[in-house]
Design a protein around this ligand. Structure first.
Ligand code: PMV
Length: 349
């Protein structure tokens, strides 16, 4: 068995259906052309050396790693009982908290865990709705399982990553880890098998994103915010209707996507954004930006959990008709995004 392996996993975008996917409605997700890379190597010393290009370096013993994971599990159970997402804050406050949980989750499934040296590098903006946490968890889990067992079982990787995602986001839908594991473009709905959506080139773009900046709120906080409003007597009926409408918009979006129907896609992105605004996940500054774009004939929507205090993560942009987005968005930080990319994969045997 090789004692070294390199794995990469893609980021993701939610083309339609964020938030409503948490309540059982469908979402359309795509793996994107920005990836997270993990190099892992077995070492004789019984310790784990983590080196993350962005988040620093730490060496931790196996028992300490297990302790951290145990504490996170207890905190999640408390969160599940109380709905207080702050219980999970200590995990994010540890710069390598996510990496440690993913490593512990994978090592928990192998008979004889060995020492490890792990190097992490990511091209995916952190905490901006592009699946950075799922990509890191999946690349790490895939690398560690492959090193110890020689196997590469996507179902197992996906299940394990979902356990890690729960400690980071509270009650995620599972969409992020599933698209990052399997890749492509996918209709994801809780409780159903994910459905691969075939991509007709004409439907695929150009897709652009604008970076409004990392939201102050985490995904878990935004999901909890919607849940509170969904449960509060004063807002219950309104939120339920918005979630249902988001589900319908997504169903129509998937059909328009499959038919390369750009006019409908444009209209649906606009409708989707209005519903997300009513749901209360878009900041005033981001709404102003999107109104400004609309005046210039460009439709856009928040992509991912959003943010209300100031920034809202990335905004997906569809240019109207055949006009080029780049000419209209010259003063903004825009990025062309390749969709329909491969899921987690090995670079070396
Ligand atoms: O912002 P992101 O990439 O973490 O996406 C969150 C998507 C939500 O639908 C809001 C939550 C979820 O778990 O699906």
């Amino acid at each position: 068995m090789a004692n070294k392996v390199t794995v990469s996993a893609p980021g993701k975008l939610i083309l339609s259906g964020e938030h409503s996917v948490v309540y059982g409605y469908p979402a359309l997700l795509t793996a994107i052309g920005r990836r997270c890379w993990v190099k892992a190597e077995q070492i004789t010393k019984p310790e784990i050396k983590i080196n993350d290009q962005q988040f620093g370096t730490e060496t931790i013993s196996l028992p300490k790693l297990k302790q951290f994971a145990h504490k996170a599990q207890k905190a999640w159970e408390e969160f599940d009982r109380t709905n207080q997402i702050a219980r999970l804050r200590f995990i994010k406050e540890d710069a390598l908290g996510l990496a440690k949980l993913a490593l512990a989750e994978a090592l928990d499934q192998v008979k004889k865990p060995t020492g490890l040296r792990v190097a992490i590098r990511s091209e995916i903006p952190i905490g901006s709705g592009m699946g950075s946490s799922a990509a890191l968890a999946i690349a790490l889990i895939a690398a560690i399982l492959k090193l110890h067992t020689g196997r590469f079982d996507r179902e197992q990787i996906n299940r394990s990553a979902f356990e890690v995602e729960k400690k980071i986001h509270g009650r995620p839908s599972g969409g992020d880890n599933t698209i990052v594991t399997f890749g492509g473009v996918m209709k994801f709905q809780r409780g159903k098998d994910p459905e691969a959506i075939s991509v007709n080139d004409e439907a695929t773009g150009p897709y652009w994103i604008i970076q409004t900046g990392k939201p102050e709120e985490s995904t878990g906080e935004m999901v909890s915010r919607v849940r509170r409003r969904k449960e509060a007597p004063a807002t219950r009926a309104k939120i339920k209707a918005i979630l249902q409408a988001l589900g319908k918009v997504t169903e129509r979006f998937i059909i328009a996507f499959q038919n390369s129907d750009k006019a409908s896609l444009n209209q649906l992105v606009g409708e989707n954004e209005r519903l997300l605004e009513q749901l209360g996940v878009v900041s005033a500054a981001t709404k102003r930006l999107i109104r400004e774009l609309e005046k210039r004939g460009v439709v856009a929507k928040v992509c991912g959990a959003g943010g209300v205090k100031e920034k809202s993560g990335v905004v997906l942009v569809l240019p109207a008709g055949e006009r080029k987005a780049s000419n209209r968005l010259e003063n903004l930080e825009t990025l062309a995004i390749a969709i329909n990319q491969k899921g987690v994969s090995f670079e070396t045997a």
